[in-house]
Design a protein around this ligand. Structure first.
Ligand code: HEM
Length: 575
């Protein structure tokens, strides 16, 4: 390459010197102009060639794409991925290195497998990797990415995230919702008590309990009593589980966007059906709330300062009235007429008129929280219980700690949680072994990671599953050992903030999960209550099965069925 460059340089010099000689020799102007023309032309051609070479050599020096497997035409690597994607992606790192790529259909996927490279994405270039990919199913569900999870990083996301973090998940609100959490957890303990000595499906009770807590935080439906409440709960649960199934289904339309309009597998159609059902439920919930608000005085809504999301939005409207700040005004515009109408006691347009953006926001928040969040939390509860039940020493230490902190004559209260350090470490160890976060980041422009080019709009996966099981960062990584999280107790080295990219189950950077304070509280409270109130064994003849099933969360393939036995001496505690 350089030899080409120097030979051209010499040619250029020799032409230049002959042209200079003509001038010095004082040849007449006509002769000069006759000869100068071809010389100038040749020089320009040579300069052009040189320029071309230079740009070519620069671009050939620009970073290559990451390495990766060979793919088939059109389908790319799709036929080779199989079902257990988390295992496959981890094994591929052994072959192709810490950063590799593959194509699925026409989309480029990049997988990052070390904390150092993850840092380049979520810390050093967080501003670039701040978008998300949206599938056909999630696009239907999120009204083309208008929710917090799937929105591009734009003004809409900033506003929703602010409300999510500073209102919905604020310390004040979390504290105020403590009575709902206690109510739901105690209700489940009471139910389990009625099943002493029989089989209990742990994921099922976790899903119901956590789902109810989240639902009540989004809109407190305690006034839906009796048959109406039961019907609503059952219907929501059915829709939610249908949605989870659809979300977990690989869809050809995602791999080949040109086929999307044919909806060959009916994924879009099915998701729209679920959405319609959700819309009807939400329309009636909103209508009921607006009616009930109009009957109440301003301070009559909610107890102990507790606010559900509906109320938070109503309050934002009120604050806007008082302060008239631009931000609140923008929020008001977004949260639409429904507020204005309800606050002025004007009748509400029927649902058939169409969903306002307020309704959409409520529904989206419910979806983000309940579908992804609840599925994740229920799965983690199940994995924690399975790990504790398999490791007798761990079970013994967890229960000893509970006896010491809570006492045998009390039920667990949220105030006990900060002192349950061993249980906290047990939950972290479960997050380490059973996390799978496949919410890829999408760069808004071309960039470079680990010396490789990452084109704009490719899907970048941070393989937290492989990092959190990598023997380079963890001693005996497959051993369930909560003590590893107690070693640096008092420091924030193993917190959930995503600063340490050897352990980041809630992601990291500006798009990290904002809900970990709530999740931590709920996981601790529910598990502490299950383990303090009951002794647990597997049904007779059953053995532990730790096979995983890959989906939007990493579930246990075989649900954990366990048998509870009364542990506390006083049966009245369970009532
Ligand atoms: C075991 C429970 C959960 C786990 C492990 C989990 C994990 C995650 C992860 C890994 C991300 C992506 C982070 C990133 O891209 O860096 C995320 C995003 C998110 N999670 Fe969670 N999550 C859980 C529960 C919840 C719950 C209960 C809620 C709602 C109440 C929730 C709301 C969100 C939202 C809104 C986002 C998107 C944030 C954004 O893009 O700005 N999560 N979560």
């Amino acid at each position: 390459m350089y030899s080409h460059f120097s030979s051209h340089k010499m040619t250029q010099n020799s032409h230049a010197s002959s042209w200079w000689q003509w001038e010095v020799m004082g040849n007449n102007k006509d002769e000069l102009s006759i000869l100068a023309l071809p010389v100038i032309t040749i020089t320009i051609v040579i300069l052009g060639v040189l320029w071309n070479k230079l740009t070519l050599s620069t671009s050939s020096r620009s970073p290559p794409l990451p390495p990766g497997p060979r793919s088939l035409p059109v389908v790319g690597y799709l036929p080779f991925l199989g079902c257990d994607l988390h295992i496959k992606l981890t094994n591929m790192a052994h072959t192709y290195g810490p950063i590799y790529k593959f194509y699925l259909g026409s989309k480029l996927h990049v997988v990052i497998n070390t904390p150092e490279l993850a840092k380049e994405v979520v810390h050093d270039q967080d501003e670039t990797f701040d978008n998300r990919e949206i599938s056909v199913a999630t696009s239907v569900l999120s009204y083309r990415g208008q929710d917090v999870v799937f929105s591009k990083n734009n003004a809409n996301w900033v506003k929703l995230r602010k409300i999510f973090v500073h209102e919905f998940l604020s310390n004040k609100n979390l504290k105020a919702c403590s009575s709902s959490r206690t109510y739901e957890v105690r209700k489940t303990i009471n139910k389990v008590f009625s099943k002493i000595g029989t089989n209990v499906n742990i994921r099922e009770i976790a899903f119901l309990t956590e789902g109810n807590v989240i639902r009540r935080m989004v809109w407190d439906d305690t006034f839906y009593k009796g048959e109406k409440g039961a019907h609503l709960g059952a219907e929501l649960q059915m829709i939610t589980s249908n949605i989870v199934k659809i979300l977990g289904q690989p869809n050809l339309s995602d791999f080949f966007p040109s086929l999307a309009r044919f909806d060959l597998q009916g994924v879009e159609r099915n998701m729209k059906k679920q959405l319609e059902k959700l819309e009807q439920i939400f329309a009636s919930i909103i209508e009921d709330r607006i009616k009930s608000n109009s009957k109440m005085s301003d301070d009559g809504i909610g107890d102990e300062g507790k606010k559900d999301f509906l109320q938070i939005l109503l309050d934002l409207k009120d604050q806007q009235d008082l302060n008239n700040t631009q931000v609140k005004a923008l929020l008001l515009v977004r949260f639409t007429l429904t507020f204005v109408i309800s606050n002025r006691h004007i009748s509400i347009p029927p649902p058939s008129v169409g969903f306002s953006s307020f309704d959409v926001n409520l529904k989206l928040l419910y979806q983000d929280a309940s579908i992804l969040g609840t599925a994740g939390m229920a799965s983690l509860i199940e994995w924690t219980m399975a790990n504790i039940m398999r490791n007798h020493e761990v079970m013994k230490r967890v229960q000893e700690e509970l006896v010491k902190i809570v006492g045998p004559n009390n039920m667990v209260e949220e105030s006990h949680l900060p002192n349950l350090q061993y249980l906290g470490a047990t939950i972290k160890e479960t997050f380490r072994l059973h996390s799978v976060a496949l919410l890829p980041r999408v760069p808004r422009k071309d960039c470079v990671v680990g010396g490789y080019a990452i084109p704009k709009d490719s899907l970048v996966h941070l393989n937290v599953f492989s990092i959190q099981r990598n023997p380079r960062y963890w001693d005996n990584p497959m051993e369930f050992n909560p003590d590893r999280f107690l070693a640096n107790e008092g420091t924030n080295i193993w917190d959930y903030h995503g600063n340490n990219l050897k352990f980041f189950p809630f992601g990291s950077g500006k798009r990290s999960c904002p809900s970990f304070p709530l999740v931590k509280k709920m996981q601790m409270f529910f598990l502490a209550s299950l383990l303090h109130s009951f002794d647990w064994t597997l049904p007779k003849g059953e053995e532990h099965d730790f096979t995983e099933s890959f989906g939007i969360v990493l579930n246990k393939r075989k649900p954990l069925i366990a048998v509870p036995y009364q542990r506390l001496p006083d049966p009245s505690l369970y009532m």
